[in-house]
Ligand binder design. Structure first.
Ligand SMILES: Nc1ncnc2c1ncn2[C@@H]1O[C@H](COP(=O)(O)OP(=O)(O)OP(=O)(O)O)[C@@H](O)[C@H]1O
Ligand SMILES: [Mg+2]
Length: 475
């Protein structure tokens, strides 16, 4: 950035002095904005753009120190040079403590002024470069993601550049790698962020309800359609439609989705009028979509329509030390929820977390940290507190569904009709409860927090109950 593109904001209430300073600075190719009061200065700083600020400490409406304090409080990207009267060096020292970059004691030479301002501009320029580098290379947080590994930085960059387009994004990745987090990041990073993000899980909705779920239905179009109902496509108008587990979509719906993508229009179930919406489609799967195409389960033409911007989420084991950053984040969160005092992991526990292969990825890591927070107490998580197979031999095992999630079946199982009860078929209450919980976890693909939310109990309750059933040999 050439000198001169960072402006100098001159705050000096003596017009003759202001004129002289401005002249020297303009000769050195700086752009100068001159104001006389603290209030005017704050107005100029409102845009948040980087500026070198030349600040006289004695202003008519406020003490210059107050301007400095506000700049620091709002973390404005400014380098402040304080101008003090001869003999008030103490004030200058105090100003430096408040974050001023340098000070000039009146009277000062033109050279001294020009060199001090040049240095301040250079410092701001470097700070901006570091900031941009940091944003581009070292983002440790990005929307719902935690992680600064190179593999995740690449994901953040694709989301950045894909967000503004309307092109369909196809997210792949093992279970628990954050595909839903990614879909939301795309939406929130886009200009559609203020409009709805509507997610539909193609694997969780019974086949015969799916069309109505996406496209809506008219009253009376099928048994149970007691009123007109908007589908996800209509609700997502202006925003983003997230089709999760897209490979589970039945063949006839694949055809309807293809037509919708080609024309941008659809007809609700039982309707006759074509509806038009403006939405962006993001879809995800933990299967290998090309294999689904090759084996005839997924339409090739639909695959190519959807697979415009591919994003692959790397498994957790390929994300360097992200494991520790994520583990620490969830340790703080779950310890607070469970009223426990954990603040850190021991070096041995960290080493184990780092080297484990995490087949269930981030969700499994969440589950491990949750179990520790539920079952133990202290300020440091020791190796023996980690559940098996991570911890010491004999440690409490992580429930298997939390570890390796079974691959999702080709279609959702048909809902079971409850058989009429006879005295012989009455089950003990604990078993009814256990079945309800286990069924919910299976329906949520092993996602215990989601199952807990749907059952309206806390995830810790599920963990506690499962551990108790395990201890009693009931699981
Ligand atoms: N990088 C990350 N940092 C912090 N939390 C994450 C990260 N990635 C995922 N999570 C969390 O892990 C859990 C699983 O993420 P998500 O549901 O997005 O995974 P998924 O790939 O969609 O899994 P599935 O294939 O089972 O549907 C969520 O609770 C999510 O908030
Ligand atoms: Mg998911």
């Amino acid at each position: 950035m050439p000198v001169g593109s960072i402006p100098v904001l001159l705050i000096e209430d003596t017009p003759s002095l202001a004129r002289v300073y401005a002249e020297f600075l303009k000769k050195d190719s700086h752009t100068v904005i001159a104001v006389e009061t603290g209030a005017e200065a704050m107005e100029q700083l409102k845009d948040g753009a980087p500026k070198v600020v030349l600040l006289d400490l004695q202003l008519p409406d406020m003490n210059g120190m107050e301007v400095l304090r506000r700049i620091a409080a709002q973390a404005l990207p400014c380098a402040v040079i304080v101008i003090t009267a001869h003999g008030s060096v103490n004030a200058a020292v105090e100003a430096m403590r408040y974050g001023a970059y340098d000070f000039l004691v009146k009277p000062f030479s033109a050279d001294r002024l020009v060199i001090t301002v040049r240095n301040a501009v250079e410092r701001l320029r470097l700070a901006q470069i570091v900031d941009t580098f940091g944003k581009e290379l070292g983002r440790g947080r990005y929307h719902g993601f935690i992680g600064s590994s190179l593999t995740m930085q690449a994901v953040y960059r694709i989301v950045d550049s894909a967000a503004s387009s309307r092109a369909t994004v196809f997210i792949t990745g093992e279970s628990g790698t954050g595909k839903e987090v990614c879909a939301e990041a795309i939406h929130r990073q886009s200009q559609r962020a203020a409009k709805p993000f509507v997610a539909i899980n193609c694997g969780a909705i019974p086949k015969d309800l799916m069309e109505s779920e996406i496209f809506g239905h008219m009253k009376g179009s099928f048994t149970g359609a007691v009123a007109d109902r908007e589908g996800a496509a209509a609700r997502a108008d202006g925003g983003t439609l997230f089709l999760d587990e897209i490979c589970e979509l039945a063949p006839d719906l694949q055809t309807k989705l293809l037509r919708f993508i080609q024309t941008g229009t659809y007809t609700p179930v039982g309707g006759s009028k074509l509806e038009k919406v403006d939405l962006r489609i993001v879809c995800a799967t933990n299967r290998d979509p090309l294999r689904e195409v090759e084996e005839g389960r997924f339409r090739e033409d639909l695959y190519y329509r959807l697979h415009v911007i591919p994003i692959h989420l790397p498994p957790l084991r390929e994300r360097e030390d992200d494991v520790l950053d994520i583990a620490r984040h969830y340790l703080a969160e779950f310890a607070a929820e469970e009223h426990k005092g954990f603040t850190q992991f021991s070096p041995e526990a960290e080493q184990t977390l780092r080297h484990y292969h995490w087949p269930g990825n981030v969700r499994q890591l969440q589950n491990v940290v949750r179990i520790v927070a539920v079952l133990h107490d202290g300020d440091t998580v020791r190796l023996d507190m980690l559940p098996a197979p991570l911890g010491l031999p004999g440690a409490v095992p992580v429930p298997p569904t939390a570890l390796a999630l079974p691959p999702p079946g080709p279609a959702a199982p048909a809902p079971r009709l409850p058989a009429p009860l006879t005295p012989e078929t009455i089950k003990p209450l604990w078993e009814v409860e256990k079945d309800a919980i286990e069924d919910a976890i299976t329906a949520c693909d092993g996602n215990i927090p989601r199952a807990a939310a749907l059952l309206q109990i806390s995830a810790s309750t599920i963990y506690r109950k499962r551990l108790a059933w395990q201890a009693e040999g009931k699981l």
